[in-house]
Design a protein around this ligand. Structure first.
Ligand code: ZN
Ligand code: ZN
Length: 259
């Protein structure tokens, strides 16, 4: 059975394992190597099971643990071309690290990982759709300022989606961040609000998704209760006759979710 382990999901650090304890991949490594190793151990995933690390983009909450973890384990990294360049130039990896250029879908451990472009304030960013050996798909889709049709197409039919619900609009507006940061977060190359997440959630549940896990919640501008309430309201009344599960990933999430 296909599994996803959210491990870490917040503005402070992101990493998810997809696969089984006998083989799978990490999406991002945005916490220290020690914390990542401890989380894998607690989840019962041996390090040897990690066959690759797929990077979404070069922000530190997604790659801060990469350099040490890769140096210690030699696990190959996969990144899109401009992200790969930045991983080296910003010293997120050692100069001799095994970082492979991602230009098309890659199959590892029987899973096919297909990157899709996201709109975010960096040189190149992506989410991943992951198709498992049994044909079921899941996706990791965070760090995007808006949802173009290309993202909807990439996610269509995924059974499970780890989906960004970064901020509540009112909490951001009234919160402690300086104006320039508020503008950045809410821009088309920032993060998804709970309302934007709800609109996408409605599309997904109408197109085959049965489990939505809200992720990358801001610790200052959101709470799990607020995000879940907004997305539930977006789904209520529009999604009839379909069963779905909706929950929120914790910043440190020890769960295994089968799909
Ligand atoms: Zn980012
Ligand atoms: Zn992020």
């Amino acid at each position: 059975m296909a599994r996803i382990y959210p491990l870490f999901s917040s503005s402070r650090g992101n990493a998810a394992f997809v696969g089984t304890p006998s083989g799978g991949v990490l999406i991002d490594a945005g916490v220290s190597a020690k914390r990542l190793r401890d989380a894998l151990s607690r989840a019962g995933i041996p390090e040897a099971a990690v066959q690759g690390i797929f990077v979404t983009h070069d922000h530190s909450d997604h790659v801060s643990g990469l350099r040490v973890f890769c140096r210690q384990t030699g696990i190959p990294v996969y990144a899109e071309p401009k992200t790969r360049e930045n991983l080296f130039s910003c010293h997120y990896v050692e100069p001799d690290a095994d970082v492979r250029t991602l230009t098309e879908p890659v199959t590892l451990c029987g899973m096919t990982l297909t990157p899709f472009a996201t709109s975010h304030d960096t040189v190149q960013s992506c989410g991943y759709r992951i198709t498992m050996p049994d044909g079921q798909s899941c996706a990791v889709c965070t760090d995007l300022g808006f949802v173009p049709d290309s993202v909807k197409d990439a996610l269509r039919g995924c059974r499970l989606v780890l989906l960004e619900a970064n901020y509540d609009e009112q909490m951001l507006r009234c919160g402690p961040y300086p104006d320039y940061l508020k503008r950045r977060i809410s821009s088309d190359s920032g993060h998804l609000s709970n309302v934007q997440c709800g609109e996408l959630a409605r599309f997904l549940v109408q197109n085959g998704t049965v489990h939505l896990v809200l992720g990358h919640l801001s610790e200052h501008n959101n709470t799990p209760e607020t995000a879940l309430r907004t997305v539930t309201e977006a789904l209520h009344g529009y999604v009839c006759g379909q069963d779905y599960l909706l929950d929120a990933a914790m910043p440190e999430d020890g769960r295994m979710i089968a799909f």
